[in-house]
Structure formats: C-alpha cells, structure tokens
Design a protein around this ligand. Structure first.
Ligand code: KG4
Ligand code: ZN
Length: 350
C-alpha cells in the first residue's frame, strides 16, 4: 500500500510518499520539500500570509516532483497535517490533500504534525520504544512522552514564551546577523567562549519548580539579557566579541534544553531521547545531549537533518503506522485545527 503525506503547517511545503509493507515496515519512496524561508528573511520571522501564498504556489509542483520521484501516478491513501500550525498554511495543504484523495477515490487521513516529528524515528532505525521527544524549531519547543509511534503523545512541558528557534532568530536579528539565526549563531559560537558571559537559564530555579515549571522552558528573559548586554556595551563604547555572545547565548539555550530533556527521561522512566525540529541541527545541542545521555545511560536518537525539519515524509509515515494499526480514515469533512492537542494523533470528522 502506498501512502502520500502533505505537510504545510509552517513555511515548508512538503510531499512525502511511503510504502507500507504487510509486516508494518514503512519504506521511503519520495521526499520533496519547498521552503518559503527566503521570503520571510527581511521580516526576521515567518509571516503567515506570505507562507500561505507560497504553499499555494508550491503545492502542485512539489506534488508532481514527489510522484515522479516515486514513479507513481497516484497513491492508495492521502494524509495531511491538520494541526497544530498556522491557520492559512494548514488549510492549503489539507485542502490539496482532500482534493487528491477525492480525485483518486482513496481515503484521507488528517494527522497531527508533532506525531510526524516523532514518526520519522522509525524510518531510520528500530521501532521507537518508550521515549521522550524534545522537539525544537522556530515554531515549537516541547518535551513529549512517547509511548510508541502513532500513539497519543503526552506533553510534559513546553515554552511559556519564545520557541527555541525563535530565540535564535531574535538574538541573530539584534546582533545584525540576519535570518534564520540558528546556523549563523551556531557557526560563530564555535569560535567563541561559552563561559564568557553568564546569561540566565530560564525556569531552572527551585521556585520555578514549585510553580509547576519543572518541564517548561522560557527564552524571552535570555533574549532580553543578550539585548541589555549589547546595549550596555554600545553605551559605554566597548567593543564586544560577537563570537563570545553567540557562544554564551548558545550555551544557555542548550544547557537548559538538554538538562530538562535528560531529567524528563528519568522522571518517566524512558530509555531513549529523540530530538526533532530545525534546532536539532545545532552542533552544541547534539554534543551536550550526547554527553548527558551517555552519563545517564540513555540512548540518543537524532534523525538525519532533512527528517528533523518539516517534511511530508513524516506525515506519510505517521499515517502509515495508523493505517497498519487499523485506524479508520478521517473523512473529507474533517477540519484543520491550528491549536490541535498533542494527544490527538488522528482527527476524525464529527
Ligand atoms: O524545523 P524548522 O525548519 O521549522 C520551522 O520552525 O519553520 O526550524 C527552523 C528553526 C529556525 O528558527 C532556525 O533558526 C533554527 O531552526 N535552526 C537552528 C539551526 N539550524 C536551524 N537553530 C540552532 N542551530 C542550528 N544549527
Ligand atoms: Zn515542525
């Protein structure tokens, strides 16, 4: 059985195609992604209306290329992200998916984007066991408990303000380094001293814990702290080391992310930590996660970079898993939901 998945929740238009074997094995057939990131660069972040229009323009070409890559003309089922994500962006992908499903006369599955980030783990290794997933991108920062791929996720914590990638993008902007901020800060940080400036680690105090923030994150205080540091230097006419600022900022982000992720594994008794999202490309995040997982006896799984960022393959994969378990289709009247609950892997029409 061949399953096609469409992703359009943020600024990537993705179409992925998989083959579901009878034993439940899922095999990649195609993965094509178009990104509108460059169109958002001068705004320093994703502009929802621009993203929606870009999805509309990219949808058919990306679909054609994915079908050609897989060497097929139609699939046996079509899946799309129906949430969470940007309202207009979700509508474009879900509507296209329903159109193809209706045109081909095949079932439609409306799936959860976050479940997709988790599902890619099964494409590159043994089926994911009980795990904690740390999803970090421009749009999300979440710690999730995962029973298995396709099962409801349980949110342990998330960010109270900026997403981790958003913090990178905002700090990059205030340092005049452009958008997206992650890759350039990562590069400059490698030449700086991570201990040069003591930037704050958000929500790591005992009082934060007492207020129920053990698994939550906050990056806006860190961003403000970087801004204050730069302003003070300008005021005093001091020359700052951009490399040191980048390294110290990056250390603060990665220290908190990995400390809380590894601690969460211990709290729920999970033996695996899975990383996902664009920030999972970060060299220091990977290094520190590896170090701390090894010390705690936890296996670290990091999907290859094209599977960490948003793509259609992850949507096809989670749908394949659900179909293998006998889930019934969503139906064409199912809606999109920008704030879809993490506990809903597959959405059905009312
Ligand atoms: O998953 P992704 O492509 O999707 C969206 O959120 O749309 O993630 C993009 C985010 C951006 O905020 C970018 O700055 C960040 O991931 N990012 C990184 C790195 N590469 C990309 N952050 C830190 N280090 C990196 N090497
Ligand atoms: Zn995502």
């Amino acid at each position: 059985m061949i399953i096609l998945g469409i992703e359009s929740s943020c600024d990537e238009t993705g179409v992925g195609i998989v083959r579901l074997h009878e034993d439940g094995r899922v095999e990649e057939m195609a993965n094509v992604v178009a990104s509108s990131m460059e169109q958002h660069a001068r705004f320093g972040g994703v502009v929802p209306e621009i993203a929606s229009r870009a999805h509309l323009e990219a949808m058919v070409p990306v679909m054609r290329e994915a079908l050609a890559q897989a060497g097929i003309e139609r699939a046996d089922a079509v899946a799309a992200t129906v949430g969470p994500g940007l309202a207009g962006a979700l509508l474009v992908g879900a509507s296209a998916a329903k159109g193809y499903a209706a045109g081909w006369g095949v079932p439609f599955y409306g799936v959860n984007h976050l479940g997709g980030h988790v599902a890619v783990a099964n494409l590159e290794g043994a089926p994911l066991p009980h795990a904690v997933a740390l999803l970090v991108s421009g749009g999300h920062t979440q710690l999730l408990e995962v029973e298995a791929v396709g099962r409801p996720l349980r949110e342990l914590g998330s960010t109270l303000d900026d997403a981790a990638g958003e913090a990178y993008d905002k700090v990059s902007r205030l340092l005049g380094l452009g958008y997206p901020g992650g890759p350039v800060i990562d590069r400059l940080a490698s030449r700086g001293n991570p201990a040069a400036i003591a930037f704050p680690r958000g929500l790591t105090k005992r009082v934060d814990e007492e207020r129920g923030h053990r698994h939550n994150f906050s990056f806006s205080g860190l961003k403000t702290s970087v801004a204050r540091y730069v302003e003070a230097a300008e005021r005093d006419g001091r020359v700052i080391s951009v490399e040191d600022v980048c390294a110290s900022f990056q250390e603060a982000v990665c220290d908190v992310l990995t400390m809380k992720a590894v601690r969460a594994c211990g709290d729920v008794g999970a033996g695996v930590l899975l990383l996902g999202g664009g920030v999972a490309a970060n060299s220091r995040l990977r290094e520190l996660a590896q170090e701390r997982c090894a010390a705690a006896g936890i296996e670290l799984r990091v999907p290859s970079f094209p599977l960490c960022t948003d793509n259609g393959l992850m949507i096809a994969t989670v749908a394949a898993q659900l179909i293998h378990e006998g889930a019934r289709p969503s139906g064409l009247s199912v809606g999109t939901d920008p704030s879809l609950d993490v506990e809903v892997p597959l959405v059905h029409a009312e």
